[in-house]
Design a protein around this ligand. Structure first.
Ligand SMILES: Cc1cc2nc3c(=O)[nH]c(=O)nc-3n(C[C@H](O)[C@H](O)[C@H](O)COP(=O)(O)OP(=O)(O)OC[C@H]3O[C@@H](n4cnc5c(N)ncnc54)[C@H](O)[C@@H]3O)c2cc1C
Length: 378
C-alpha cells in the first residue's frame, strides 16, 4: 500500500465517506439522465474539494497532484461522471497555474478554488485530435484585443464552465511554435456553445463544441507568451495524465469490488461461484492489476509533486497502464457476473462504459506509447 501523509489520508477518508454516502446512491441516475449533477458539484464546493488542485494559499495541499489523484480515485470508484467535475477543474486550471501572470492568478484562481466558478480545457478540434498541432482555430491581435475564430470539439464541461483555457494559432508558419494559449470567459462576445455530444459513458459529464465567431479576448488574457501555447498544453497534459490514471484505478477498483461481492452471493452448482477456482483466479488477476496500476499512478503523482523531469514518461506509462487495467478489469467484472453483469440493474456495465474513455482522452493510449517510446529512444 502506497504511504501517504496524514493530511492526504484525511483528505482521502473524507472524500471516501462523501462518495459512499452521497455520490454512490446518485450514480446510476446520473448515468441514466445524462444530466450534469449540480448537486454533486455543490457538495464538492461545500466540502472545499475544489481547492485541492490549487496552492496551499488557496486552501490546497502541499502535494496537490497526489491530493487530486486521491480525491478523483475515490469519486470515480462510485461515479466516474462525478469524478470529472474535479478532474476537469484541475485540468482547466493547470495552464493558469503553470503560465499565468500574478494578476491572472489573482483574478481567476480564487473563484475556481472555491468552486464558485468552473473551468475547462479546449485543445481538440474536429481536424486536430491526436495531432493537436493541426488546429485550425486562429487568434489575431487587433489593437488590444485578440480575435478568435474556429471551433473546438469534445470539450468536457463546456456547457457548465465559466472560464476556458483555449489554444489557437497566432502564426501558422511556425507550426507548434505558432500556437498560443488564452483565458477565455464564456461571456466574451463571439463565444458560443455548439453541439452537445451523446456518449457511451461518463454521461453526466457534458461534452460539447465551442464555437468562436470573431470572439473578442482582451490582450491581458494571453496566457504565457505568443507561441508558448503548445508547450503549455503538453505540460498541462503531463500533470493531468496521473489524474486520468487515478480515475481509471477508481473505476477498476469498483469493478473488482463488485465482482468479489457478487461471486460470494451467486450460487451455482450448489455453492457460491467464489468457491470455483476459475472465478478465484479471475479475481486474483483483477486484484493484482489494480494494485499495480495504483502503485504506478501514485508514483506518477509523486513525480508531478516534485516537478520531476521524469514526469512526462511515467505519467504516460501510468495513464496507459491504468486505463488498460480499468478496461480489462471492468470487462472481467461483467464476466464474473455472467448475464446479470450485462444488465443495467447491476453497475458493472456502467463501469465498463465509463472505463473506456480513460483509454481515449488526454491522448489515446497509442499516443501514450509514442510519448514513452520518444523518451526511451532519445
Ligand atoms: C468524452 C470526451 C471528452 C474529452 N474532453 C476533452 C477536453 O476537455 N478538452 C480537449 O481538448 N479534448 C477533449 N477530448 C478529446 C480527446 O483528447 C481526443 O478525442 C483524443 O485526443 C483523440 O483524438 P481524436 O478523437 O481526434 O482521435 P484521432 O486522433 O482521430 O485518432 C483515431 C485513432 O488513430 C490513432 N492514432 C492517431 N495518431 C496516431 C499515431 N501517431 N500513432 C498511432 N496511432 C495514432 C488513435 O490512437 C486512435 O486510435 C475529449 C474526448 C472525449 C471523447
Amino acid at each position: 500500500m502506497w504511504k501517504f501523509t496524514p493530511e492526504l489520508e484525511m483528505l482521502r477518508d473524507t472524500v471516501r465517506k462523501m462518495a459512499n454516502e452521497v455520490i454512490a446512491p446518485r450514480a446510476a441516475e446520473i448515468d441514466l439522465t445524462g444530466e450534469f449533477p449540480w448537486d454533486i458539484k455543490e457538495l464538492l464546493q461545500r466540502q472545499g474539494i475544489f481547492s485541492v488542485p490549487f496552492p496551499e494559499s488557496l486552501g490546497g495541499c502541499e502535494q496537490k497532484h497526489t491530493a487530486v489523484c486521491l480525491a478523483v480515485e475515490e469519486i470515480a470508484r462510485v461515479c466516474v461522471s462525478s469524478s470529472l467535475i474535479l478532474q476537469v477543474q484541475a485540468l482547466g486550471a493547470t495552464p493558469i497555474l503553470l503560465a499565468g501572470t500574478e494578476a491572472q492568478k489573482d483574478k481567476y484562481c480564487p473563484p475556481l478554488a472555491s468552486g464558485e466558478k468552473l473551468c475547462a480545457f479546449g485543445l481538440t478540434e474536429p481536424g486536430a485530435g491526436s495531432d493537436a498541432a493541426a488546429m485550425a482555430t486562429t487568434a489575431e491581435l487587433r489593437g488590444d484585443t485578440y480575435i478568435l475564430n474556429g471551433l473546438k470539439h469534445f470539450i468536457s464541461n463546456a456547457t457548465v464552465a465559466d472560464v476556458f483555457c483555449i489554444f489557437a494559432m497566432t502564426d501558422r508558419s511556425k507550426g507548434t511554435k505558432g500556437i498560443t494559449a488564452f483565458i477565455v470567459e464564456k461571456d466574451f462576445p463571439g463565444f458560443h456553445i455548439g453541439r452537445v455530444e451523446k456518449k457511451m459513458g461518463i454521461r453526466g459529464s457534458p461534452t460539447a463544441e465551442i464555437v468562436f465567431e470573431d470572439c473578442r479576448v482582451p490582450r491581458e488574457n494571453l496566457l504565457g507568451r505568443e507561441g508558448e501555447g503548445f508547450k503549455i498544453a503538453m505540460k498541462t497534459l503531463d500533470y493531468s495524465r496521473p489524474v486520468i490514471a487515478s480515475q481509471a484505478v477508481g473505476v477498476a477498483q469498483a469493478g473488482l469490488d463488485f465482482a468479489v461481492k457478487y461471486s460470494k452471493e451467486r450460487v451455482q452448482f450448489g455453492g457460491p461461484i467464489a468457491q470455483l477456482q476459475g472465478i478465484q483466479f479471475m479475481l486474483a488477476d483483477m486484484a493484482a492489476q489494480v494494485e499495480a496500476a495504483r502503485a504506478l499512478t501514485y508514483h506518477a503523482a509523486a513525480l508531478a509533486d516534485e516537478d520531476s523531469p521524469q514526469l512526462s514518461y511515467i505519467a504516460a506509462a501510468a495513464k496507459l497502464m491504468a486505463s488498460d487495467v480499468a478496461m480489462r478489469v471492468t470487462t472481467d467484472a461483467i464476466q464474473v457476473a455472467g448475464g446479470y453483469g450485462y444488465m443495467v440493474d447491476f453497475p458493472a456495465e456502467r463501469y465498463m462504459r465509463d472505463a473506456k474513455i480513460t483509454q481515449i482522452y488526454e491522448g489515446t493510449n497509442q499516443i501514450q506509447r509514442l510519448v514513452i517510446a520518444r523518451q526511451l529512444l532519445k
